[in-house]
Write a protein that binds this ligand. Sequence first.
Ligand code: DQA
Length: 137
Amino acid sequence: MKLIIINGPNLNLLGKREPEIYGSTTFEDYFGELQAKYPDAELEYFQSNIEGELIDKIQETGFSYDGIILNAAAYTHTSVGIGDAVKAIKTPVIEVHISNTFEREEFRHVSYISPAAKGVVLGFGLQSYDLAIQSFL
Ligand code: DQA
């Protein structure tokens, strides 16, 4: 089982970015916990602040991996290009958000990813990623 977590802009700052919303754990630390918890899942992690790099990674993994866990962060609400990339590939994508985007500002209620996603997990903090992994196992 080959799974990749793809994180979008500003998620490299997890741990110090708005900790009241996103918590105080860095993603690197949390990713280590996930790898330890799921030793049989081949888990990979990629982060970029650049829209085109996220699209490249979705295309690169989207015909051979078993699953993509995608938190496109702010691009979720703006990127037709990332939405189209998710539609273009074969690998199932689970859309993930740390926060409950529906209890936040209205512009976060729109997602260009959801129409093409296999499922959506949001609002469970970093545990949202764990739940998305479990959906593939
Ligand atoms: C986020 C929610 C987005 O609205 C926001 O732009 C992010 C993170 C989340 O994981 O809660 O950067 O995707």
